[in-house]
Design a protein around this ligand. Structure first.
Ligand SMILES: [Zn+2]
Ligand SMILES: [Zn+2]
Length: 233
């Protein structure tokens, strides 16, 4: 599905979404879905009228395996350069363990299922580490925002020229817009920090927002973020 010109949401990756960003000279992929999603991603590339070899860069918003699962596979088939935040890069590289989810209340019944879902993704190289304020060559300049809480090294990308935000899982648009909570909140490393990071995103100016989970917002997105941030108190 093309959200705005050149920006494609790739759905049905088990859980969550990846995004393909098409520019004249190359493609960028934001996240990669669960393990086994590579064929769907290559199908999306073909559907956009492009070739897998056009994929030059992959930006990982955070180290959870529903975002990194197919990374190693896609890199092997394209040689694309991989970027992630230094605090999550060790997990992507397979040098540090993934934090286990910690469901409370009735959600603890899901523990066995989650243990399976949270199998570590195949390790992959990270070529470039992205810090807060760094700029990525994407859409006329994408600014990296460090938005910790869901994981220590979660990042979002703000493309002011496109009035576009890629929120990763720092904002979720399922069961309402906000920081990850409910079933998504189980995976948070630091809940208070997720709220702070969401407020940081709500201070930006953008029309379109893309999420790891939930439907993209295609207009008035930063207004919706500000309303949701006010409700956090
Ligand atoms: Zn996540
Ligand atoms: Zn996710």
């Amino acid at each position: 599905m093309e959200i705005i010109e050149g920006v494609h949401a790739i759905d049905s990756l088990g859980i969550g979404r990846a995004y393909l960003y098409a520019e004249a000279d190359r493609l960028t992929l934001i996240d990669t879905g669960l393990a086994g999603s590579a064929d769907r991603i290559f199908a999306a590339i073909e559907a956009a009228g492009r070739k897998p070899g056009d994929l030059r860069q992959i930006i990982i918003t955070h180290c959870h395996n529903d975002h990194t699962g197919s990374l190693a596979d896609i890199v092997e088939r394209t040689g694309a350069q991989v970027s992630a935040h230094p605090l999550d890069a060790p997990v992507v590289r397979g040098d540090a363990p993934l934090l286990r989810p910690n469901p409370g209340g009735a959600l603890r019944l899901l523990r066995p299922l989650l243990a399976r879902a949270m199998q570590p993704a195949p390790a992959a190289a990270v070529d470039r580490e992205l810090a807060d304020g760094d700029e990525v060559d994407l859409g006329g300049g994408a600014k990296v925002l460090h938005v910790p809480g869901h994981t220590a090294g979660s990042i979002a990308l703000h493309l002011p020229q496109r009035r576009l935000l890629f929120a990763g899982d720092a904002a979720v648009n399922a069961l309402g817009l906000g920081p990850p909570s409910g079933p998504f909140g189980m995976f948070n490393a630091d809940r208070a920090q997720t709220r702070e990071s969401f407020r940081k995103l709500a201070e930006l100016d953008f029309d379109v927002a893309c999420f790891g989970h939930g439907k993209p917002l295609d207009k008035d997105a930063s207004r919706a973020f500000r309303r949701a941030a006010e409700k956090l108190g």
